[in-house]
Design a protein around this ligand. Structure first.
Ligand code: ZN
Length: 298
């Protein structure tokens, strides 16, 4: 009798476990991709973010806790185009997880689905130590972001076809809202067209292109090389002749050089969150970014 009950219970548990499919475990390299996966995956995904918007995604440590997350991930979502070249290859190797290696369905690099700006045309790296494959900061362009969203939704369906309908519904509502917000942002930012900016790193080129901002200088002498005094002195001379409208830097970047140049020239500095805060939607993040730029411009 007891054995019969046991067997019945076990069968019941088994059938329940096949009914309730486990969530897809996602490792997102940057907060923007974590936020996007949450919007597109809804209840079907459990997302862990490797970095916050207070960390420089070019340079983080493949720490043991991160390796443990990579080991259990079904899907890896990153910017790609060498943004994570300093740590992702090691993380992937140490994870020993075959599902998220390059070429597998669980390996998703956003840059693979959009055209990149700033592709190096020659083999010499005089342009800088980073981003020879093209500029990877693609999430700052609303149009490119939507293309990535479509591709990412397809990837979720490929990994978890049982929930295809849910993913489709989520993508449709995300797309609709994103397009509506995009129109609003365009109107809101008309006054930014042709404003000139100095940046810390070439993090913003997709945003610049979308808004019609002109980059007239960078605090880094070359992408990935921290500001030097000789470079800053040259920049100062230039800014005294033709001042820019704003100096822009990301929340994780050192503000010293930006503030120095601002003090010497009177050009205002603008600190922007290059990625969403933890739990923040892409809609809210982009809105505050736009609000800040519009408010701070001269
Ligand atoms: Zn970069």
């Amino acid at each position: 009798m007891k054995t019969t009950i046991k067997v019945v219970l076990m069968n019941l548990l088994l059938s329940m476990s096949t009914m309730v499919k486990a969530e897809i475990q996602v490792l997102a390299c940057e907060p923007e991709w974590g936020s996007l996966v949450n919007s597109l995956g809804g209840k079907q995904v459990n997302v862990y973010q490797a970095t916050t918007n207070q960390q420089d995604p070019h340079h983080i440590q493949a720490r043991p806790s991160l390796i443990a997350k990579a080991r259990r991930a079904d899907l890896l979502v990153c910017a790609g185009a060498e943004l994570e070249a300093g740590w992702l290859p090691l993380l992937l190797r140490k994870s020993g997880n075959p599902d998220i290696q390059a070429g597998k369905p669980g390996y998703f690099m956003a840059s693979d689905y959009v055209t990149l700006l700033d592709k190096a045309t020659t083999l010499d790296r005089s342009y800088g130590d980073v981003h020879a494959a093209g500029n990877p900061h693609v999430h700052l362009d609303p149009e490119r972001l939507l293309k990535v969203a479509q591709a990412l939704s397809q990837t979720l369906i490929a990994i978890d076809p049982d929930n295809q309908e849910n993913y489709q519904i989520n993508l449709n509502s995300f797309t609709q809202k994103w397009l509506n917000m995009g129109q609003k942002w365009r109107k809101q930012t008309l006054s930014l067209t042709n404003k000139s900016i100095v940046v810390y790193h070439r993090s913003w080129i997709y945003l610049q292109k979308w808004l019609g901002l002109n980059e007239v200088g960078a605090l880094e002498p070359k992408p990935g090389i921290p500001p030097t005094s000789s470079h800053l002195t040259q920049l100062l001379v230039r800014m005294k002749q033709t001042p820019a409208d704003m100096i822009i830097y990301a929340s994780y970047q050192d503000s010293k050089a930006a503030k120095w140049l601002s003090q010497k020239t009177g050009i205002p500095t603008v600190m922007l969150n290059i990625s969403p805060d933890e739990g923040e939607s892409l809609f809210d993040w982009y809105q505050q970014l736009i609000d800040r730029l519009v408010k701070e411009k001269k």
